[in-house]
Unconditional design. Structure first.
Length: 254
């Protein structure tokens, strides 16, 4: 609840953006029951805030397909550090750090906590071949697997950007939470390949999502994590990569 209240960079439906859920669908369906995009309008000025802009700077740092070993350039390393510095400066992440220290799940030192975040979210590990993915890439960016499977892509800003470029095609909602914090579980296509079911928060800030997912990942790994937000229970799922114990996935469920 405190994280939700501290998320001052959050965008609000009807004020900063609008979405059109349109028709209900199921994972097993193949017809597109949503002729319009999910996002009908977003105030992009709000996305210029440091945590949003530094997150978006990372979106083009990864290969689309798993199976390609990722290589990080000096500029990409600086962009990664810039994003972590930006989220660490927010009240949301400060609250998260204090809570996790109290729970004895992370180091008290700010520098050590920062290194842990980078390790959990940005260290590369094997999904198809050595070093071809990371937790951040999977959750916040998304990827394609050779078997024509869409992996991850659980961030609303990424979906909005790709939908705007006509690379993502919203095909209807499976379930949606229309009160704050908004959550949409949908069926969509990405680069013409269908993702039968995928969920993400809508309007929330990068620091809120990173904080919430990190807390759930450390406290309740490989399963469901439930917390109280805005008077209702919100559930998240997180999983560890079995070889490295790094973030494999994280997403909200309604």
């Amino acid at each position: 609840q405190r994280l939700f209240q501290a998320d001052i960079n959050r965008l609000y439906h009807g004020v900063d953006y609008n979405i059109s859920l349109q028709n209900h669908t199921r994972p097993s369906m193949r017809d597109d029951v949503a002729p319009l995009p999910l996002f009908t309008w977003v105030n992009e000025t709000r996305l210029k805030h440091t945590t949003f802009s530094s997150m978006e700077a990372l979106f083009d740092n990864y290969f689309l397909y798993t199976g390609n070993k990722e290589h990080e350039s000096k500029q990409e390393r600086e962009e990664k550090k810039g994003f972590i510095e930006a989220v660490m400066a927010t009240d949301v992440m400060k609250l998260t750090h204090n809570y996790l220290v109290h729970e004895r799940l992370v180091p008290k030192s700010r520098g050590s906590f920062k290194k842990l975040l980078i390790k959990l979210w940005f260290n590369f590990y094997r999904r198809k071949t050595a070093g071809d993915t990371s937790g951040f890439e999977h959750v916040f960016v998304g990827n394609r697997r050779p078997q024509d499977v869409v992996g991850g892509m659980h961030n609303w800003v990424r979906f909005y950007r790709e939908e705007k470029k006509k690379k993502a095609d919203y095909e209807g909602f499976i379930v949606a939470n229309t009160a704050e914090p908004r959550i949409v579980t949908a069926r969509f296509k990405y680069h013409t390949v269908q993702k039968p079911i995928g969920g993400f928060f809508v309007g929330t800030s990068p620091e809120f999502e990173l904080s919430l997912y990190t807390t759930c990942f450390l406290k309740y790994p490989n399963g469901k994590c439930t917390c109280q937000m805005n008077g209702k229970r919100v559930k998240m799922i997180t999983y560890r990569d079995r070889r490295t114990s790094l973030v494999a996935t994280a997403y909200p469920v309604v």
